[in-house]
Write a protein that binds this ligand. Structure first.
Ligand code: THU
Length: 161
């Protein structure tokens, strides 16, 4: 028997330590969160993606009265990028959350969004930088999605079916 260990490394910043590009992406994610459709959870999430052609695209969570039919902000932004810019790489994604209740923690992407994000990392053979923000200007950065999704599902053989 041997132990297989996985180590995740995240960097914490204050917002005024960030580059103007990071700052712009966070601002876009924040702006997009204001347009989220979240009448059931009152949890408004915005995501902003920077593509390799320099374009920035956004998405926000879209809920539904049949709860599982809704979609998280990350995947709305990601699939918009995939649908409209299939040949561009996704370089960075910033996520911002605002709720009708108080919380003081950095919101991490859910498991489904991590899986959707890592598929893009595999497909484009390039890491996606993840930029997370709390309510009081603390920022967490992960250099890749793999860093926050140990032992991700991947099966190249599926492509051959
Ligand atoms: N949500 C996101 O948009 N992203 C996540 O990573 C986690 C959760 C949304 C889904 C739902 O509309 C609301 O937040 C509450 O779960």
């Amino acid at each position: 028997m041997k132990i297989i260990e996985y180590k995740s490394i995240l960097s914490e910043y204050n917002i005024n330590e960030l580059s103007s590009e990071h700052f712009k992406l966070i601002k876009l994610a924040k702006k997009s969160s204001l347009k989220a459709y979240a009448p059931y959870s009152n949890f408004f999430v915005g995501a902003a993606i920077k593509l390799s052609n320099g374009k920035m695209v956004t998405g926000n969570n879209q809920e539904n009265s049949a709860f599982p039919s809704g979609l998280c902000a990350e995947r709305v932004a990601l699939f918009y990028a995939g649908a409209n810019y299939p040949n561009e790489k996704i370089e960075k994604i910033a996520i911002f959350t605002k709720a009708s209740f108080n919380f003081n923690q950095i919101i991490m992407p859910c498991g489904n969004c991590r899986q959707a994000l890592i598929e893009f990392e595999h497909k484009q053979n390039q890491n996606i930088e993840l930029i997370l923000n709390d309510q009081i200007n603390n920022i967490l950065i992960s250099k890749s999605i793999a860093n926050i999704l140990p032992f991700a599902f991947k099966c190249d053989e599926l492509k051959k079916i």
